[in-house]
Design a protein around this ligand. Sequence first.
Ligand code: SAM
Ligand code: DTB
Ligand code: SF4
Length: 334
Amino acid sequence: MDMQTASSTQTSPQAQSPDPGAWTLEKAQALYHAPFNNLLFLAQTVHRQNFDPNKVQLSRLLSIKTGGCPEDCGYCSQSARHETGLKASKLMEVRRVIAEATKARDAGATRYCMGAAWRNPKARDMDAVVAMVEGVKALGMETCMTLGMLDLEQAARLKQAGLDYYNHNIDTSERYYSEIISTRGYAERLDTLEQVRRSGIKVCCGGIVGMGEDPVDRIDMLVTLANLPEPPESVPINMLIPIAGTPLAEAKPIEPIEFVRVIALARIMMPKSHVRLSAGRTAMTDEMQALSFFAGANSIFVGDTLLTADNPGEDKDSLLFRRLGIEPMELEAQ
Ligand code: SAM
Ligand code: DTB
Ligand code: SF4
């Protein structure tokens, strides 16, 4: 089934993706609103052309610097502007980070993602984060960091230290962004993504759904990502974890079928990227996760905690994987 026929009832022809940069909002909207079975069939077809459909990549997150963030992101437990009851901490010691990463590796994670509640790293922080990247890399894991905005010099230093991925989300559409965050703009996000790309680090960039946005905002976010000069290698789709004390604590949750449509559209629009079923899995049924994997999600965060919020534990995930016949992706296959 191709893009034109996704909204018809045909079921057999080959899936095709248009050229990079060729996505229009109209084309993406037509797919998003296509009959669910057609959308999922196309997404699964594209998925099989590019990946083993029964393999999912496992990453582990660690908050290396928690809370006290000067930014005002409306969803975040770590903003100093929200009364969330979270205790702020200093940057973690390098040897503790390496010890945590070793445990994660021994439990099967192949990528280690370190996050800091900063607007951007200060010059005085760089030696420590560089040492963290070098130490985790030496354990044989892939490394990922999310530290806020970067300039080219910082990105180049992290690349030299062995950083594989940098996570920096655009979160939503450009239109809706200013309703969620006022302390920085969409253009600044895109600028950091450009510096990361120029330095040769792989890009991890996605967003959050369930923040009260309209479907068009979700679709437009995916159009922006797919039309980047090179699409991100990794696309995290987070479902908002509502945090008491934040402006989005009472946001209307996204309906599960709509969520699966977002995953399917991301898979079709960025056929070679890892689509990551990120935050929010504790609020998903097994069936919603199974449909998300069918729609093309092939990466998750494992472990009891994300940065500050809960995640399904190792036991729950391995049981789900067993029931679905899914296996963890080996490092070489990523
Ligand atoms: N401070 C850095 C920054 O904002 O780029 C890095 C850490 S920040 C917590 C990483 C991402 O986590 C955010 O861009 C957002 O997409 C996601 N996130 C944060 N809080 C969330 C929540 N309550 N629910 C879902 N996703 C969330
Ligand atoms: C991403 O897109 N999701 C992860 C990772 N990148 C850094 C973070 C999710 C955070 C969820 C809320 C919390 O744990 O505080
Ligand atoms: Fe700070 Fe990042 Fe949270 Fe925004 S999302 S408040 S920048 S930690």
